[in-house]
Ligand binder design. Structure first.
Ligand SMILES: [Zn+2]
Length: 89
């Protein structure tokens, strides 16, 4: 079951988003860019294989924030990754 928390996180990196990246129905991508991993919702995360590939690449490069100034002062990659809904891990 989806819940509102799951709808508001990036499927790639687990970062919380102001607007649901895939809309309220989880099916309508916003084509916004994630501040954290830089994924474009609806593009690199369009399916499970694509998003896993993108996540792997991002992690391999050191999990660098796409918009560095949005990075919280206290941030834990491990904690954030726990936000990723089960079905997208
Ligand atoms: Zn992200």
């Amino acid at each position: 079951m989806r819940n509102s928390n799951e709808l508001n996180v990036c499927r790639v990196c687990g970062a919380k988003q102001l607007e649901p990246p895939w809309g309220e129905d989880g099916l309508t991508p916003s084509y916004e860019i994630c501040d954290c991993c830089g994924v474009e919702f609806g593009y690199e995360d369009m399916n499970i294989n694509a998003l896993k590939r993108y996540r792997e690449k991002w992690l391999k490069k050191g999990a660098v924030w796409f918009r560095e100034k949005e990075k919280p002062a206290v941030w834990s990659l491990d904690d954030q990754l726990k936000n990723i809904p089960e079905q997208y891990r």
